[in-house]
Design a protein around this ligand. Structure first.
Ligand SMILES: C[S@@+](CC[C@H](N)C(=O)[O-])C[C@H]1O[C@@H](n2cnc3c(N)ncnc32)[C@H](O)[C@@H]1O
Length: 278
């Protein structure tokens, strides 16, 4: 059972209004549960109970999601010695995102991570056939692509991210949807095992350049071209071309290298670059 500041606010409002129960979500908006309120305490469906003090602490932290465990709350955040980075599930009004050492995986300003993902996929619509999603993250690109595609192959290198996928209710389909083939590994290496001329669509949504240089390399782009089918389309996230001079150069450099790999029709689009294998 998870809570964010959104549910904490609803719980406190219900208590202050003198209600004896309230319906809120305990899975970040996927479903609704009934919480009983008695003697300034909140009683959850699995018999756990939290105090008003607990709930006020959740409300104070609008940059964290919390797990309800042993009648207490725990922030969903941790440090990985393997990567030397901090990870946390970051709440929004819709699907949460991940923050890795202060860098968020999705756009959360003026839009939700879900809308951000839909916009990326729209750029290679119709998203049909076999889809390669190079970097799983929370799985949103894979999950939304699977609504229209036949099959989605997706790769995630980081065990800490995989742990958050397992906690996040909105990543559930990654583990349950038969159309999604989820692999734990380095996409830079794994792509070499994939068949040539196989994918109708490629979504390349890597971390920023400084964190994953190989995923922006000519060698990797040549592989992306090799595995793409004729008429196959690619969307490559680069950050916001136009927002900062550095990003303009990045998008242009990406276009140059994708073109050397063989892609054509390359253009700067929403937060990235699209192209085609003609
Ligand atoms: C921007 S996020 C992807 C977000 C994802 N598209 C989603 O919808 O949630 C980038 C992800 O790529 C992962 N990653 C970084 N290097 C990788 C590699 N070499 N192979 C596979 N995954 C990698 C990171 O751990 C991170 O989870």
């Amino acid at each position: 059972m998870l809570l964010s500041y959104i549910q904490a606010k609803q719980l406190l409002q219900a208590k202050n209004a003198g209600l004896s129960s309230v319906e809120i979500s305990l899975d970040l908006g996927r479903s609704i549960s009934k919480i009983e309120i008695r003697y300034n305490k909140f009683f959850f469906p699995d018999k756990q109970e939290l105090t008003e003090y607990n709930i006020k602490n959740v409300l104070k932290k609008d940059t964290n999601c919390f797990l309800i465990r042993n009648n207490d709350i725990e922030k969903i955040q941790f440090f990985s010695e393997k990567t030397n980075r901090y990870y946390k599930l970051f709440p929004t009004k819709s699907w949460p995102t991940i923050e890795i050492s202060g860098i968020r995986m999705h756009v959360v300003k003026d839009m939700t991570p879900k809308q951000d993902t839909e916009k990326k996929i729209e750029l290679i619509s119709p998203c049909i056939g076999y889809v390669l999603d190079t970097c799983t993250g929370l799985g949103y690109t894979a999950i939304i692509a699977s609504e229209t595609a036949d099959s989605v192959f997706t790769f995630e290198i980081d065990e800490a991210v995989i742990e958050l996928q397992k906690i996040n209710p909105w990543s559930k389909e990654l583990f349950e949807n038969e159309k999604i083939h989820r692999y734990e590994g380095d996409t830079f290496k794994e792509i070499k095992m994939l068949k040539s001329d196989f994918f109708d669509r490629i979504i390349h949504d890597p971390p920023r350049l400084s964190l994953a240089t190989l995923l922006y390399s000519q060698e990797f782009y040549n592989e992306l071209f090799r595995v793409a089918k004729q008429q196959g389309k690619i969307y490559h996230y680069t950050g916001r071309p136009g927002a900062k001079n550095r990003n303009i150069n990045l998008a242009k450099n990406v276009i140059k290298r994708l073109s050397i790999a063989g892609f054509s029709g390359l253009e700067e689009v929403y937060n990235g670059v699209t192209g085609e294998k003609k």
